[in-house]
Write a protein that binds this ligand. Structure first.
Ligand code: PLP
Length: 487
């Protein structure tokens, strides 16, 4: 493809993307294809001779789009929202245009310096303390692919730090602490590093938040049997129910164990710190007072398309001590002189995408005020959804709604509750299965909270309006009536 052909195909691509967004609400939310649909359609071998690009581009419309679940659909309420803005999309396009792996400052100075600037902007947007700023030259922020990969980098840093403080510690005794509600990133980090993970219990009466007392008991018991907990992963806004761990209590307990790293995963909820009124419920003060590292995903609710996970540390040396790889051919005068950041030493890979560009585009285009407006809209819509649940006699909320997330379930009639929790769970499982039959109309997810099946309604897709929530609620109510009538 030459430049003129690219110009033509590029204009066509933008036109088609615009059409896709303009007509998205007419598409089924969840892809309705059957397993194997594409594998059976596409040839088994790559073409012998190059094909016309027109035909290739047409196949995206014809073959690929039907197999896409539309996360940007206004009726998408599953998992958590995944942001996409046109500004972010264009940022990705420009980033691809200068395609480079940007592993050192010298590899493309703009990529490294822009990342430092936008991570400082973002730290200030979210109210993080000065210790997290790149400008501090001690701490700093780095864009990771995902919160999961960031957590692995954090655990590696925490392990190196711990081993420096305790050279006698054996690897098999090291333990990663999470709660039972921590995202699977804790388990994943344990699998990757070959380390034990201990998931601490949480209780319904604490709204599924990890308490300091639970942590203290576990620490005392584990240390007594020779175990070496070296990192605690706490969460602001758990994936399952939006729980906020008791960060202050955890911080106070960890004061007595200074060699244990304290990481806060706020992958979904952290971007709400852009609005000062949501900082206290998310315990931002404790983040600033106690923790070694903090993560939030721009690519969930933060208007920047996947992937862009923001990770801040109070001391960059912990990351670079653990992850620095500088063979002779990667050495640069600027790095040796300590003048620049080489981000390859802050994450797991070597090469990295130029992600700061899309963050920059979005933050400039929206401004603080526009970013806040987006967050507040989702939270107001969720308050509205929660009010619908509360006002109905057939449903009940299962936790206090947090930000853009509500957990609810169908109240079982007495004949069912008399049979115990399992029967109520089955009823809600049946409701969920039925809702999945309507997955062209809406998409929500279910979860298990300490043995109780709940339905999860997550708001924050950019195109969702009140009318979409009303329509979704109607589908949920109709399905529930059918389930109850069939009893
Ligand atoms: C979604 C989520 C993650 C995982 O995010 P990735 O960036 O996909 O790894 C981690 N923690 C929480 C609380 C989440 O909600």
């Amino acid at each position: 493809m030459d430049i003129e052909a690219f110009r033509k195909a590029g204009y066509q691509a933008i036109d088609r993307i615009c059409d896709y967004y303009a007509s998205m609400h007419e598409r089924p939310v969840v892809s309705q294809v059957k397993p194997g649909y594409l594998i059976e359609t596409l040839p088994e071998n790559p073409p012998e001779h190059g094909e016309q690009f027109d035909a290739i581009a047409d196949d995206f419309q014809k073959l690929i789009l039907p197999g896409i679940t539309h996360w940007q659909h206004p009726n998408f309420f599953a998992y958590f929202p995944t942001a996409n803005t046109f500004e972010g999309l264009l940022g990705d396009l420009y980033s691809s245009s200068v395609a480079n792996p940007t592993f050192s400052w010298l590899a493309s100075p703009a990529c490294t310096e822009l990342e430092q600037v936008v991570m400082d902007w973002a730290a200030k947007l979210f109210g993080l303390g000065d210790q997290f700023l790149c400008k501090s030259k001690v701490g700093g922020g780095v864009i990771q692919t995902t919160a999961s990969e960031g957590a692995i980098a954090v655990c590696v840093a925490a392990r190196t730090r711990y081993q420096k403080l305790h050279p006698d510690a054996k690897l098999e005794d090291l333990v990663i602490y999470t709660s039972t509600q921590t995202h699977s990133l804790g388990t994943k980090a344990g699998l990757v590093l070959g380390l034990e993970v201990r998931a601490l219990e949480v209780k319904a009466e604490d709204e599924y938040a990890l308490r300091g007392s639970t942590l203290k008991e576990a620490l005392e018991a584990d240390l007594a049997r020779g175990k070496r907990p070296f990192v605690v992963i706490a969460t602001v806004g758990t994936t399952s129910s939006g729980a906020v761990d008791e960060l202050d209590e955890i911080g106070e307990v960890l004061k007595d164990y200074p060699s244990i790293w304290y990481h806060v995963d706020a992958a979904w909820a952290g971007v709400a710190f852009a609005c000062p009124e949501f900082r206290s419920a998310g315990k931002l003060d404790a983040v600033n007072k106690y923790v070694h590292s903090f993560c939030t995903n721009f690519h969930k609710w933060g208007l920047v398309n996947f992937d862009a996970s923001a990770l801040w540390v109070t001391d960059r040396n912990y990351l670079t001590d653990a992850l620095d790889v500088t063979p002779e051919f990667l050495r640069t005068k600027q790095h040796d002189a300590g003048l620049v950041v080489d981000y390859r030493n802050w994450h797991l890979g070597l090469g990295r995408r130029f992600r700061s560009l899309k963050v920059w585009f979005v933050l400039r285009s929206y401004g603080i005020e526009g970013f806040q407006r987006h967050i507040r809209k989702g939270i107001e819509q969720n308050a509205y959804f929660a009010s619908l649940v509360c006002a109905s006699s057939e449903f009940e909320l299962m936790t206090k709604p947090y930000l853009g997330l509500s957990l609810f379930r169908l109240k079982a009639p007495e004949s069912v509750t008399a049979q115990g929790l399992a029967a109520t769970n089955d009823l809600n499982r049946a409701l969920y299965s039925r809702l999945m039959e309507d997955s062209d109309k809406l998409y929500i997810t279910q979860t298990l909270l300490n043995g109780v099946i709940c339905l999860r309604f997550a708001i924050g897709a950019q195109r969702t309006e009140i009318e979409h929530i009303d329509r979704a609620w109607k589908v949920i109510k109709t399905s529930a009536q059918a389930i109850v009538q069939a009893l």
